[in-house]
Write a protein that binds this ligand. Sequence first.
Ligand code: SF4
Length: 289
Amino acid sequence: MEVRKARALGFCFGVRRAIRVLEEASREHGGIETLGPAVHNQQVVDRLSGMEIRVAQSLEQARGGVVAITAHGAGPEVLAEIRARQLYVVDATCPIVRRAQRRARELSRAGFGVIIFGEVTHPEVKGLLGWADSKAVAALEGAELTSFSPLPRRLGVISQTTQNRSGFAQFVGELMAVLPPRVRELRIIDTICQATQKRQEAATELAQRSQLMVVIGGRDSANTRRLAEICSTVVETHRVEMASEIDEAWLKGKSSVGVTAGASTPNEAINEVVLRLKSFGESSQAGSI
Ligand code: SF4
């Protein structure tokens, strides 16, 4: 059985950078707390906690004097509250997320209502809503825009960085179909991250050459979920957090298995999955001799 990895998978530069920033800050300050998990991957969070990088789910929960903003970023109201509490802030916001935040603010300051194509409960989207000065809504379907009331005459559309481009295009299409004539201007800004795009393209390409796809990533990882959604439109796909979750029965009759992983999945988790798949492949070959 052949096991192939997607040509782009796992940690993106934004996550690598954030982890480096957090590790350096923890060494410097003798321990820090991140506002929410540093990444949506429990193994990485556990490893970081061994380096005195702990998770505070909210500012109320923060016990130390140093809090870190994760790669997902945070809204200006969160930064203001940190200042009000006189805490030291370490900012590990990904530069690509920061660029989307700037776009949200520019649109809002120029008088546009801001529509964010994204999951309203995701930390990055919550931050983007904040940067748009409350003149924003987040939605995944054009028809959900009824919550934008009254509807501004000028609208700007941006995307959560980890959404996929075809979904964004479809969203914009739906939007144009439901917007009333009183909307005079629609400005669309592509804020989708290249690293996400590359992982999605590589996953699609590999899924087309495989009989089964295994997608590795944390349960709460939105970009891992999207990789699994994309692969499952092409071929049988299973999503796992770690190698032990792989069921040998999935591999029955399969001669080619593809592996991809979300942007917050460490190399160790990927290597363990590949090794386990290969070991199952070898044992099924031995059994068929
Ligand atoms: S997926 Fe893209 S936007 Fe998100 S952290 Fe990685 S590089 Fe930054």
